[in-house]
Design a protein around this ligand. Structure first.
Ligand SMILES: NC(=O)c1ccc[n+]([C@@H]2O[C@H](COP(=O)([O-])OP(=O)(O)OC[C@H]3O[C@@H](n4cnc5c(N)ncnc54)[C@H](OP(=O)(O)O)[C@@H]3O)[C@@H](O)[C@H]2O)c1
Length: 229
């Protein structure tokens, strides 16, 4: 039984990860930022009894994250920094909502790093500790495309933070990967996406369960297939 910490589990992929892990009988700590999210997540974690715990924080808010981290005293084996947003309506290189883009960078690029730093003490005590930065193939510098420029750039920045964190934490034995969950039917992915949340979450859990320190600094998808940075 591993202890998983999922940041951003009120809906979508994060919620499905929490639900599946709870069914598997893992220990799950997961976060939300609204009462509605808390109620949904509580139902998903119900099978776990006191091995499930809900934290509350917005990943843009350093003090909320620190306060939540202070409540976790036991080791964490896997951190999934899942919380993410799509960003403003206007986000091409020719027409950018700059305030909206800045906020998106706080959520998608800095948020996962804030969370990883805050829970590092618990991860250092974990069994085969792993940090999963929930990225997107759209963050690949090798991929062409012009729509969603702010989203793409926010995930590219996250990928760079993931690489730096992987290099910093290799000596401590903590593996760090960037992971693309596939194109998934969630509020963000939309109804036309190719994968269900169940298919994505099942793949992600399999990939993460098999990760070792030799995988650190990889950029992989939900099937474990490498993506060109
Ligand atoms: N769906 C896809 O096709 C796809 C593809 C590639 C990558 N991804 C990535 O996968 C992750 C999950 O996506 P999803 O499709 O499940 O999205 P989603 O259904 O829109 O859910 C997003 C989750 O992130 C949380 N969140 C957003 N901003 C937050 C903040 N500032 N602080 C704390 N939590 C916050 C949301 O909480 P609230 O309910 O409180 O808003 C929600 O739990 C994201 O990082 C996304 O970029 C998704």
């Amino acid at each position: 039984m591993a202890h998983w910490l999922i940041a951003g589990a009120s809906r979508g992929i994060g919620l499905e990860l929490a639900r599946r892990l709870a069914k598997q009988g893992e220990r799950v700590t997961a976060s939300v930022r609204s009462e509605r999210g808390r109620a949904t997540l509580a139902t998903a974690l119900a099978p776990l009894g006191d091995r499930g715990r809900i934290l509350s924080f917005d990943t843009r808010d350093q003090s909320q994250i620190s306060a939540a981290a202070a409540q976790v005293t036991e080791p964490v084996d896997v951190l999934v920094a899942n919380a993410g947003a799509y960003g403003p309506k206007r986000q091409t290189a020719l027409d950018m909502d700059f305030e909206g883009a800045l906020d998106l960078f706080s959520v998608n690029s800095l948020g996962p790093l804030r969370v990883a730093q805050a829970f590092l003490p618990q991860l250092r005590l974990g069994e085969r500790p792993r940090i999963v930065m929930m990225s997107s193939v759209l963050g690949s510098m090798a991929l062409a495309g012009t729509v969603n420029a702010a989203y793409r750039a926010s995930k590219a920045a996250l990928n760079k933070f993931a690489q730096c964190l992987a290099d910093e934490l290799r000596p401590a034995g903590v593996a760090v990967v960037s992971l693309h969950p596939g194109w998934v039917r969630t509020d963000m992915g939309g109804p036309g996406a190719t994968l269900s949340v169940e298919e994505s979450a099942e793949g992600i859990i399999k990939v993460v369960e098999s990760l070792t320190l030799s995988d650190t600094r990889r950029y992989v998808d939900y099937r474990g297939v490498d993506i060109d940075w």
